[in-house]
Write a protein that binds this ligand. Structure first.
Ligand code: PLP
Length: 387
């Protein structure tokens, strides 16, 4: 054991999540950084802070932690995951095309189809689990490729490296929304993505009490574009939310460990239940992309999607009769949540598309929290056995 002298190894992720380096308040010795609740800064300050819309010490502290756990050169924080989506999409111009995975978070689809479409930006959708769709990159020559893996809510696993290799051949940037995994489970930039996007509202913060987003990259030009979007479009977070997320991220590795362990156990135990038609969990052997998930991800994460053998009304009764899983939007917090994607996260997606994707009325999505595994398991079984 032991490293001698200055020959320290790169710290592990539990250490990196806790030690945020500079707190911008060294003279006080405070261990936790203060909340720099200021809109503006006196000119001539050492760090060159100017106005909080374009930077604030609390943003910098959080950006430094996110960079260190992702191993990226740059990070820009935003007011929400959707602000991060806006920041990237706003770099496009009329006539540009985004080639997207067909199953994306509903509000990302809404943003493309209901907002940016009006400005002449076209989103095209394809099932990237089908190897043939890789050919579309060359044929369509899109301006940008937009991926999620695992996808929300179907937990499809895309071959990130394969898609990025093809995109990089044609110099097409790839965005990977890594909200469901975080850098602890997979590192999109290492797999070839240009931009790794994350809603820090979810696992990174982990306590369902703040909203945030971030874009990480190794590309200097993209970093400048993100800083420009943060400032020019007013997409910045608040110092307080950044401070909360900085506090939350310190326990990310511990939370992910517990949440993943429970999700894996629940996925196994539920697969043969009479009221479960299908369990979707990346590290469950029956998952259609199980081998790919095993090769690309460090763990299966803590999102679990179930297709129930119940009609819509009983599916809702089931959701509402759970004690520890609250029926609510969002995911990734210490508390377990259940969601009905067809009427909640994907309500804005048209019915035809939802049917085509398989987001139907008996599909539910669980975000497994940090409660005791046995309690969560009994809660689900008790509610399921009523039908
Ligand atoms: C995959 C994914 N990306 C982005 C977002 C948007 O994040 P936010 O709610 O922080 O805007 C969400 C929210 O659920 C999400 O699930």
């Amino acid at each position: 054991m032991g490293n001698k002298g200055n020959n320290l190894k790169k710290p592990g992720v539990k250490t990196l999540s806790i030690h945020h380096g500079e707190t911008f308040s060294e003279e006080t010795g405070c261990v936790m950084p203060p909340i720099f609740s200021t809109s503006t800064f006196k000119h001539g300050n050492k760090q060159n802070f100017d106005y909080t819309r374009s930077g604030n010490p609390n943003f910098k502290i959080l950006e430094n932690i996110l960079k260190s756990i992702e191993d990226s050169k740059y990070c820009t924080v935003f007011g929400s995951g959707i602000s991060a989506v806006t920041a990237i999409t706003s770099t496009l111009k009329s006539g540009d095309k985004i080639l997207c995975e067909s199953n994306l978070y509903g509000c990302t689809v809404r943003m493309f189809d209901k907002v940016f479409k009006k400005f002449g930006i076209e989103a095209l959708y394809t099932d990237f689990t089908d190897k043939k769709s890789i050919k579309k990159i060359k044929d369509l020559q899109p301006t940008l490729i937009w991926l999620e893996s695992p996808t929300n809510p179907l937990l499809k696993i895309l071959d990130i490296k394969l898609i990025c290799d093809e995109a990089n051949k044609h110099k097409i940037p790839v965005v990977l929304d890594n909200t469901f995994s975080t850098a602890l489970i997979q590192k999109p930039l290492e797999l070839g993505a240009t931009l790794s996007l994350i809603s820090t509202t979810k696992f990174i913060n982990g306590h369902s009490d703040a909203l945030g987003g971030a874009v990480l990259t190794n590309n200097e030009e993209w970093n400048s574009k993100m800083l420009f979007s943060q400032k020019a479009l007013g997409l910045q977070p608040s110092p307080f939310d950044s401070w909360l997320i900085t506090r939350g991220v310190k326990t990310l590795p511990l939370r992910i460990e517990q949440q993943t362990k429970s999700a894996e156990i629940i996925s196994k135990e539920l697969e043969n239940h009479r009221n479960i038609f299908k369990v979707l969990y990346p590290f469950n052997q029956k998952h259609p992309q199980y081998n790919l998930a095993k090769s690309q991800m460090k763990s299966g994460g803590s999102m679990l999607t179930l297709k129930l053998n119940l009609n819509k009304s009983d599916t809702f009764k089931f959701c509402k009769s759970l004690k520890y899983f609250s029926l609510a939007e969002s995911l990734g917090g210490v508390e377990s949540l259940i969601c009905h994607p067809a009427t909640m996260t994907h309500a804005s997606v048209d019915d035809k598309t939802k049917n085509l994707l398989g987001i139907d009325d008996s599909l539910i999505r669980l975000s497994v929290g940090c409660e005791d595994t046995n309690d969560l398991m009994s809660d689900i079984l008790f509610a399921l056995n009523k039908f």
